[in-house]
Design a protein around this ligand. Structure first.
Ligand code: ATP
Ligand code: MG
Length: 426
C-alpha cells in the first residue's frame, strides 16, 4: 500500500529541477531563507517563532468573524480536553498574542520582529494557492510613525527584489481611522443597497457585516458596479490624508515603484490606516505576491494596551513563482573528480579545507568513472571541477577545470589548499 501527500500540499525534495515547480526545489528555499535572514538583520528585526496552532478564538477575534479565513478556510480541531484549536492561517495574530502575553510593550518601542513559517488555509488548490503555504512576515509594534510604514514596505520590496521578483509595483491605500470609516461606511452601504440585485451573493452578505470588503470580490459584475462606488479617499480625515502623504513621500524618496489604489481594502478585519499589496504581473490571476497593513486597534483588542502595529506577510511559493527561477549563480563551488582510488583521501582532505572556508564542495560517492564524475559535476551545477589523478598526486598539484569555459589550469597544493582556495573562490 502506498501513500500520497494530503490534498493541497507539496513536498520540497532534491529532484530533477526541470520537472519541479520552483517551490519544490530545496536549493531555491535555501537561497531565499539566507537572503531573507540577512535582510532582516540589516533592518534590525529579531526572529519570532510562535506555535503553528493557537486557540481558534484568537483568529476569530483578530481576523474577524466574517473574513474568508474564519468563515471558510480554517483547519479547526479539538484537543483531548475539548479545547478548540486552529492551525494558524496567518502570522500576525500569534505574534501580537505573544507581544501581549510576554509584556513586550514594556520594552523600548518599537519592537521589530520577523517570522518564516507554514500557514494553513482550507482552499481549493490552484497555481500559487495551497492548503499549507509558507509566509515570510514582519511585524512592527509600538510606533505609528509613517516612516515605519515606509520601512516595512521597503523591506517587503527588498525581499522580493533580492529573490528576483520582476516588475513589482506596490499598491497603497489608507483605510482611515475610526472617524473616517464612521463617515464612509454608511455611504458605501447605501450605494451597495441600491445595486443589491447586481451583486454576487457573497458581496450581498457583506453589505451588512463589512461592506468595505465587497471590493475584494472577484466577481466581474460586482467589480463593474464598484467602479461607480464612492471611494474612501474622499472621506479621509486631514490627519489620515497627511499620514498617507507622508508614506508616499517616503516611498518616493526610496524610489520604490508604487501607486495609490483606492479600491484596495484587504480581507482582514484588523487593518486600519495604511494598507498595501505588492503585485507582479508575472503571476497572472494570483498577482499579489505579498501584502500587509496597519492594525492600530489589534493589540488592545487582544487584551494589551493601546499600541499601534503594522506588518506584512508574503508567500514563499508566489515569490519563487514570480522570480526568475534558477538565477545565475552556481549551486556548487567545486566537484572533486578522482582518477584513481588513491586520490580519494587527498580529495576529501582538500574538500574539507575548502568547506572550512565557506565554499561548497562535493565528491563522488557512487563509484563513477572519471567521465561519469564530470557529468555529475555538470548536473550538480559545479563552477569548477578539481581533478586529482596519479600525475597530480606525484606532482602535488591538482587540475582545476572551469566548468563553463572548459579552461584548465594546474594549481599547486604542495603548501596546502591556499592556492586552490584562491583559484576556486575567485
Ligand atoms: P488572496 O486574495 O490571494 O487569497 P489573501 O488576501 O488571502 O490573498 P493574505 O492573507 O494577505 O492573502 O496572505 C499574504 C500572502 O500569503 C499572499 O499575498 C500570498 O503570497 C500568500 N498566501 C495566502 N494564501 C495562500 C495560499 N492559500 N497559498 C499560497 N500562498 C498564499
Ligand atoms: Mg485568501
Amino acid at each position: 500500500m502506498s501513500h500520497r501527500r494530503p490534498k493541497g500540499t507539496y513536498d520540497v525534495y532534491p529532484g530533477d529541477p526541470s520537472r519541479q515547480e520552483p517551490h519544490e526545489r530545496p536549493d531555491l528555499w535555501d537561497r531565499l531563507y539566507d537572503a531573507v535572514r540577512d535582510l532582516f538583520r540589516r533592518y534590525g528585526y529579531a526572529e519570532v517563532r510562535t506555535p503553528v496552532f493557537e486557540e481558534a478564538e484568537l483568529f476569530v477575534r483578530s481576523t474577524g468573524e466574517t473574513s474568508d479565513i474564519v468563515r471558510k478556510e480554517m483547519f479547526v480541531f479539538r484537543d483531548k480536553a475539548g479545547r478548540e484549536l486552529a492551525l494558524r492561517p496567518e502570522g500576525t495574530a500569534g505574534v501580537v498574542r505573544a507581544y501581549v502575553e510576554h509584556g513586550l510593550y514594556k520594552l523600548a518601542q518599537p519592537v521589530k520582529m520577523w517570522y518564516f513559517g507554514p500557514m494553513f488555509r482550507h482552499e481549493r488548490q490552484q497555481k500559487g494557492r495551497y492548503r499549507q503555504h509558507t509566509q515570510i512576515g514582519a511585524e512592527v509594534l509600538g510606533s505609528d510613525d509613517p516612516l515605519v510604514d515606509v520601512e516595512v514596505i521597503a523591506l517587503l520590496y527588498a525581499i522580493h527584489r533580492s529573490a528576483g521578483v520582476r516588475k513589482e509595483v506596490i499598491h497603497l491605500n489608507n483605510l482611515g481611522d475610526v472617524e473616517t470609516r464612521r463617515r464612509y461606511v454608511p455611504e458605501l452601504r447605501a450605494f451597495l443597497e441600491r445595486h443589491r440585485s447586481e451583486l454576487d451573493p457573497d458581496s450581498v452578505a457583506r453589505i451588512e457585516t463589512n461592506p468595505l470588503r465587497t471590493f475584494d470580490s472577484k466577481d466581474p459584475n460586482t467589480q463593474a458596479v464598484l467602479r461607480e462606488a464612492p471611494l474612501i479617499g474622499e472621506y479621509l480625515s486631514e490627519e489620515a490624508s497627511a499620514y498617507l502623504k507622508a508614506v508616499r513621500e517616503g516611498l518616493e524618496t526610496l524610489g520604490i515603484p508604487h501607486v495609490l489604489d483606492e479600491r484596495l481594502v484587504r480581507g482582514l478585519d484588523y487593518y486600519t490606516s495604511t494598507v498595501f499589496e505588492a503585485k507582479s504581473p508575472v503571476l497572472g490571476a494570483q498577482d499579489t505576491v505579498g501584502a500587509g497593513g496597519r492594525y492600530n486597534r489589534l493589540v488592545e483588542e487582544l487584551g494589551g494596551p493601546d499600541m499601534p502595529g503594522i506588518g506584512f506577510g508574503t508567500g514563499v511559493e508566489r515569490i519563487l513563482l514570480a522570480a526568475e527561477a534558477g538565477g545565475g549563480e552556481s549551486a556548487l563551488d567545486a566537484f572533486f573528480v578522482t582518477l584513481t582510488p588513491e586520490a580519494r583521501l587527498p580529495a576529501l582532505r582538500l574538500a574539507e579545507a575548502l568547506r572550512a572556508e565557506g565554499l561548497s564542495c562535493e565528491l563522488d560517492y557512487a563509484g563513477r568513472s572519471p567521465k561519469g564524475q564530470f557529468r555529475q559535476a555538470d548536473r550538480a551545477g559545479a563552477a569548477y571541477a578539481v581533478v586529482l589523478g596519479e600525475e597530480e598526486l606525484s606532482g602535488a598539484f591538482c587540475t582545476v577545470r572551469d566548468m563553463r569555459s572548459g579552461e584548465e589550469r594546474r594549481v599547486s597544493v604542495a603548501e596546502g589548499p591556499k592556492e586552490l582556495l584562491r583559484a576556486v573562490a575567485g
